[in-house]
Design a protein around this ligand. Structure first.
Ligand code: API
Length: 267
């Protein structure tokens, strides 16, 4: 059974987007993993499936490369908003978000961040803005839920952190019942420099929800003011947020190509 897909990315965080409002697309975790595989599949960080919704313009399913279905994906939300063009409301597992295309990408309202430990979620009560925990040199993080769970470490120089070793260790720590995305950031001249180990994927070129969560934690700690530029390996996003408000994220998107695939080959 063949079907169409779009290949897009947000600062190198790349997606296979399937509009299942127009085609049948039954999906299992194994099938999502096979499609995302960069050798035997199409290859992407996340597989995005658009489906009809009763409460928004459409529903967006988000599957990490490991097949896990998750609540939010900022860069994919921007890519889908760019694809749709006009203002659009998107239902996700993490809530309803809105977005619209801009000249070079999209602006997305990611909803309001959550800080209570049960909402992150953590396994037990803790001050989520200054957590009394650490892993080797990474100490005293913050945790924010922006639809999905993020842990944020502010360090001297994010470039030298061995995130490829520490990220997977922290991602599956029992403190995080639903695992966690791991962010390491430093601030220079009011700009956040960020690298992310993504839950269910690994190191990515950019992470939209990571940029949102890190910007929110930095603003709450008084390290930066809103709006703030977040520089990731793949490029820059601009995040705006004030306490009690929803998070706005703006940045470029890239449309790579559209293709056809025989979905039955992936299981
Ligand atoms: N790995 C994330 C989902 C994708 C987040 C990232 N690609 C973004 O742009 O927000 C998670 O498991 O919560």
């Amino acid at each position: 059974m063949t079907g169409r897909f779009h290949k897009m990315h947000g600062l190198g965080n790349d997606f296979v987007i399937v509009d299942a409002r127009e085609q049948e697309m039954e999906l299992s975790a194994a099938k999502a993993t096979a499609i995302a595989d960069r050798h035997s599949g199409i290859g992407c960080d996340q597989l995005i499936i658009l489906r009809p919704s009763d409460i928004a313009d459409f529903r967006m399913q988000i599957f990490n490369a490991d097949g896990s279905e998750v609540e939010a994906c900022g860069n994919a939300s921007r890519c889908v908003a760019k694809l749709i063009g006009e203002e659009t409301r998107i239902e996700t597992k993490g809530g309803v978000i809105t977005g619209h295309a801009t000249a070079d990408g999209a602006i997305v309202d990611m909803g309001t961040p959550r800080f209570d430990w049960q909402a992150i979620p953590l396994a037990y009560a803790m001050d989520v803005l200054n957590m009394p925990v650490g892993w080797e040199d990474l100490q005293n993080p913050a945790a924010v839920n922006v639809g999905n769970p993020h842990l944020i470490f502010f360090v001297e120089d994010s470039a030298v952190v061995e995130l490829d070793r520490l990220g997977p260790m922290i991602e599956v720590d029992p403190l995080f019942p639903e695992k966690v995305n791991v962010n390491v950031a430093h601030i220079a001249d009011g700009v956040i420099h960020l690298r992310v180990w993504e839950r269910g994927v690994g190191l990515t070129q950019a992470c939209g929800t990571g940029a949102c969560a890190t910007a929110v934690a930095a603003i709450k700690r008084g390290l930066v003011t809103s709006p703030v530029r977040v520089d990731l390996p793949g490029g820059s996003l601009t995040i705006s947020w004030t306490a009690g408000e929803s998070i706005q994220m703006q940045g470029p998107t890239t449309y790579v190509f559209s293709g056809e695939a025989d979905w039955s080959q992936f299981g």
